[in-house]
Ligand binder design. Structure first.
Ligand SMILES: Nc1nc2c(ncn2[C@@H]2O[C@H](COP(=O)(O)OP(=O)(O)O)[C@@H](O)[C@H]2O)c(=O)[nH]1
Ligand SMILES: [Mg+2]
Length: 711
């Protein structure tokens, strides 16, 4: 098929020094959407000299939001990489999306990161997304630094943001700085280790002067310094002894304690600044390089040996170990082909080699290897353990796969992918584009484990499902840009079912006499309801061969075929038991066909008389929102015919569990977002089928009638 070329990857070649495992820091930038991760990555690139102008999200020219879909929406969609060279260390920044639709990218990035910088907005403080990403990092026991950003913004309040951090995440969240001036007045930070004020003078924020702490801030500085020394002393028995004797520690001792404390999670240091003003970036880079772990400081990766059930093995981030790498991101670009991003977990990855994909039991030929900086490629001959790189044109490898040495195979577990929350039926705008749409969508499935495509046999629609309307919107735009096809999305049909509430027995007789051989089939069926989810059961109670054995399967088949279209609105029939208890036959005229027809006739008339009803799918829904939205959310769920099952309180958040009909949930992802200003999240999965209430059923029946008449 024709592919529309895109310029996703620029092909620009850059150069970079070589770094050893110990000199690498893989740091994920995580936060609630909009706190400033992409801007912060840009500021770090600029401060380190990797780019010579400070790109901005608003102007659409940052290094890490390079995808046209990201520029258009001004939000990060894909995790992208930004290696920053600082003080002999390479910081591989993973700029993750904050938008909930793309949470999987955050989890994937954290799977390969060795630490994280949690960005918090000085105006909004701790938000739903902050808590989410914090809990992901906590689960993985990732060392963390907090950066309180946007101190220059109107209504910025460092102390209040810090207080919230302490409230939500405990006292281990510890300031190493506080701002000098806020909002427009923000001009530097008080460094509590150096006990100096770092004051910025140039517009670009590239240099600062160390000054005495201004008088009005010195009490606060003393007080916080005291706490800092105490916290540092607590990381180590020896330091504690010294502290108890001398009531103080040297700056060097504090720094060392900060590193130990950060590495083992006892301390989460807090820094502050402004990404867009490029203020406070150097101290952040210094701390990241100094206190965050190299891959070799982290516990070894655990994996399974393929085909040796239950056998575990570990890989250390050591170039001397056998080669292994974990693929954490796949991009399908029609122009360059498939791009896989990986972290080398052990050994080293050599260009122009052959490796083994352990998940798919397939060899892969490897050509060139690259480090990526946004969309720019930096060619690499060899990528050592711990480092992150990319490779194009592998044939079978996708997100989550382990590449390794064939003689030392290992499979690393990846992340659990969440179930999609929103679905649409997709229709090509021009007839004949069906195949192109199918091909395009299946490419996206390859690169995106949270995107699903399915042809619904019952409703005969092509259904796409994803993590939110923006997610699917992006897919539709990409379908047009990359594959040149335009599509419309419509609300999917609800896969209703039908069943009966009563029991009935009816006769079915099919008899035809038209010269020559006739047709004769004759049965009595009784139908009775079965519990939800039981499907279909057939019982043969014929005695004395009144319906001969060879025709019994035809009777069952006749019923099953008739069940495809129920009497209420033409939906499939479920949860019934059919018993064949009587009938008769004709030695010459009876046939399988005749019995099949007779069975269908008997089934239909029994169905119609046995109180047939419509069933609808009920979803198990979990909604998490800040407490103050509880009332609105419950009211809304009620109006969707939902039944509240329970509530689980959290720190400032509530999780509501409810059962809600699918028919009422198609727009929930969108409505929840607008009801909660983006602060609510939800998940849902199919639970069971239930009878549709009379008034609703009426609508469905009328719609089905209209549809039939149209045909
Ligand atoms: N005033 C101010 N705005 C900022 C700062 N950092 C980021 N922004 C703005 O906040 C918005 C979101 O920033 P972005 O980097 O895309 O956030 P992300 O979603 O975390 O990547 C953009 O409009 C930025 O220009 C800052 O330090 N001060
Ligand atoms: Mg971003």
């Amino acid at each position: 098929m024709d592919l529309v070329p895109t310029d996703l990857f620029s092909g620009n070649q850059e150069n970079m020094k070589k770094y050893t495992t110990e000199q690498i820091r893989n740091v994920a930038l995580i936060s609630h959407g909009g706190a400033g991760k992409t801007s912060l990555a840009e500021a770090m690139l600029y401060t380190s000299g990797a780019v010579n102008r400070l790109g901005s999200v608003d102007a659409g020219n940052t290094t890490t939001d390079y995808d046209p879909e990201e520029v258009k929406r001004q939000v990060t969609i894909n995790t992208s990489l930004a290696p920053v060279e600082w003080e002999g260390v390479k910081l591989n920044l993973l700029d993750t999306p904050g938008f909930f639709d793309f949470t999987v990218d955050v989890k994937s990035a954290l799977r390969v990161a060795d630490s994280a910088v949690v960005v918090v907005c000085a105006v909004s403080g701790v938000e739903v997304g902050t808590e989410k990403v914090w809990s992901y990092a906590e689960e993985l026991e990732l060392p963390r630094i907090v950066f309180i950003n946007k101190v220059n913004r109107e209504n910025a309040n460092f102390d209040s943001a810090l207080e919230q951090l302490n409230k939500f995440f405990g006292v281990k969240v510890f300031p190493l700085q506080f701002p000098v001036g806020e909002e427009e007045q923000f001009r530097g930070v008080v460094d509590l280790v150096k006990m100096k004020a770092l004051i910025y003078e140039d517009e670009a924020g590239l240099s600062y002067k160390e000054e005495e702490i201004p008088d009005e801030l010195s009490d606060k500085a003393e007080e916080l310094r005291e706490k800092l020394v105490e916290a540092a002393a607590e990381t180590d028995d020896e330091l504690m002894e010294k502290y108890l004797e001398e009531f103080t520690l040297s700056d060097e001792e504090i720094k060392k304690a900060l590193r130990t404390g950060t590495l083992d999670g006892q301390i989460v240091p807090v820094l502050c600044g402004s990404a867009t003003k490029n203020l406070g970036i150097q101290p952040l880079l210094d701390l990241m390089a100094g206190a965050l772990p190299a891959p070799s400081d982290r516990p070894p990766m655990e994996g399974e040996v393929p085909e040796q059930e239950g056998e575990k093995t570990v890989r250390k981030a050591d170039p001397a170990e056998p080669f292994s790498a974990l693929v954490f991101k796949t991009l399908a670009d029609p122009y360059v082909g498939r791009v896989n991003f990986f972290k080398v977990c052990s050994g080293s990855f050599k260009a122009d080699s052959q490796v083994y994909n352990a998940n798919r039991d397939k060899p892969e030929r490897v050509g060139s290897l690259f480090f990526m900086r946004g969309k720019n490629q930096i060619q690499a001959d060899e990528i050592p353990a711990g480092d992150i790189g990319s490779v194009t044109k592998l044939s079978v490898t996708i997100t989550g796969d382990t590449l390794c040495d064939k003689n030392n195979p290992v499979i690393f577990p990846f992340i659990d992918f969440p179930e999609p929350v929103i679905s649409f039926a997709v229709w090509p705008k021009s007839k004949g584009d069906e195949e192109k749409v199918g091909t395009g969508l299946s490419r996206f499935v390859e690169e995106d484990p949270t995107f699903k495509v399915e042809r619904n046999k019952e409703t005969k629609e092509m259904i796409i499902s994803g993590m939110g309307d923006t997610h699917l919107d992006v897919i539709v735009d990409r379908l047009s840009k990359k594959f040149g096809v335009e599509v419309d999305l419509t609300t999917p049909k609800v896969p209703y079912r039908e069943t009966i509430k009563g029991s009935q027995s009816k006769e079915g007789k099919y008899k035809k006499q038209s010269g020559g051989r006739g047709q004769y089939g004759h049965v009595y069926l009784s139908l009775e309801p079965m519990p939800r989810g039981e499907g279909f059961q057939f019982e043969d109670k014929i005695v004395g061969g009144v319906v001969p054995k060879q025709y019994i399967p035809a009777v069952e088949k006749g019923i099953i075929e008739a069940m495809e279209e129920g009497p209420v609105a033409g939906y499939p029939v479920v949860d019934i038991k059919a018993t064949l208890y009587d009938g008769s036959y004709h030695t010459v005229d009876s046939s399988e066909m005749a019995f099949k027809i007779a069975a269908a006739m008997s089934f239909r008339s029994a169905m119609g008389a046995a109180e047939p009803v419509l069933l609808e799918p009920i979803m198990e829904v979990e909604v998490t929102v800040p407490e103050n939205f509880m009332g609105d959310i419950m009211g809304d769920l009620n109006s969707r015919r939902g039944r509240i099952q329970g509530m689980v309180p959290g720190e400032g958040l509530q999780t509501i569990k409810a059962q809600v009909p699918l028919a009422e949930m198609f727009n929930y992802a969108i409505d929840l977002r607008s009801m909660t200003q983006g602060r609510g999240i939800f998940s849902m999965k199919h639970s069971h089928y239930e009878e549709v209430p009379y008034q609703e059923a009426e609508k469905v029946i009328n719609a089905a009638k209209e549809e039939k008449e149209k045909e």
